[in-house]
Design a protein around this ligand. Sequence first.
Ligand SMILES: Cc1cc2nc3c(=O)[nH]c(=O)nc-3n(C[C@H](O)[C@H](O)[C@H](O)COP(=O)(O)OP(=O)(O)OC[C@H]3O[C@@H](n4cnc5c(N)ncnc54)[C@H](O)[C@@H]3O)c2cc1C
Length: 389
Amino acid sequence: MLLYSEFLLLGLEHTFSYWERTAFTDNADVIIIGSGIVGLSAALHLKRQQPELKVTVLERGFLPSGASTKNAGFACFGTLSEQIAYLKKSSEEDVLRLVDYKWRGLQRLRENLGDGNIDFHQYGGYELFMHGEEARAEESLDHLDYFNGLLKQVVGSSDIYKPADAKIADFGFDKVSRMIYNPYEGQIHTGKMMRALLNKVYEADVLVLNQCNVNNINQDNNGVRLNTSHGDFKAGKVILATNAFAAQLYPELDVVPGRGQVLVTKLIPGLKLKGTYHFNDGYYYFRNIEGSVLFGGGRNIDFKEEETWDFGHTEEVKAKLVEYLNEMILPGQKTEIDYWWSGIMGFGADISPIIKEVQPNVFCAVRCNGMGVAMGSLVGEEVAELALQ
Ligand SMILES: Cc1cc2nc3c(=O)[nH]c(=O)nc-3n(C[C@H](O)[C@H](O)[C@H](O)COP(=O)(O)OP(=O)(O)OC[C@H]3O[C@@H](n4cnc5c(N)ncnc54)[C@H](O)[C@@H]3O)c2cc1C
């Protein structure tokens, strides 16, 4: 009899039984690579459109291991200065299209999963301008009426962005000179959102297999063959939903990774923060989570260093986050950091996601540009529609 280690050496652990082949590895109509919000939303849409389809999701992590379980859980569609920055390099129609996409994406996420299941709360969001950024604040305020008028077409109200300087003192911030409020911004519990999405796809009889890395994808007689860390799988069609990691399988795709480092504090008695907060062009963001503060960002300190597929931290980013936390967000309070984590986003020169056929019967839906909570549900649906055509 062979020992298990000898099995591994001979590659025999990949010999699937007849039963495994016909029920697990070779019977999928569609295999989705990646169980983030995009991959699972695609799976859900496929099953809703064609319940008889056999859909399998292959995920290399023990849990989803990219951005979907690691993000900040902001349900947002852009600060005023983000809209201005985008308008400077694109048209009014483009700005409107992007906001509309994120807005509709958020509504779809809420419809799909239910507000209660994802802890959705519309506490509103704030953009902060620091001392020394008064000119940028003025520029934003000068555009306030224009954007409120423009975005009314999407949000249904022109009462979107409004000055909120009077609240700076209420929150106890230091070094903040101006603030703009958006009541339509919300927040979710990212972990609950992903659990709810997984429950939906399980209910729809989607097979989700974890710790299964896809090494390469090849054309096969009647479909596509995927070589994985557990042997070969066959499918009629494949959806690549690997976001930041897309170029590992298709180097020609314009997706570069961008790491986001995040901390969460221990409980803060009498915490005054409630809502989502952004500053420095959105490179820093913080929010309340029950009685603690989540704070992340700082990718702009060294873009090259953060252009990585590796999870982890750098001392520079950690030091900057701690400095802002202690001096600006919670000044004069002895705040203890509970722990840190990081997640990997997918960016590109173009701000829109890539949804297209990359080779016969292989479709990709990648590059959410750090906005996948907002747009991921629709990105998943669109690639599913493409695969169904
Ligand atoms: C720190 C941080 C904060 C963020 N905050 C927000 C926010 O507040 N609001 C917002 O809208 N967006 C936010 N985002 C962005 C958002 O989380 C992402 O855009 C979104 O999760 C992307 O979803 P996805 O399904 O495309 O990718 P992912 O969630 O990254 O999923 C891709 C999956 O593919 C798997 N995979 C990769 N390669 C392979 C392979 N070869 N074989 C098998 N599996 C593979 C990975 O393990 C991963 O689970 C944030 C992201 C980060 C990191």
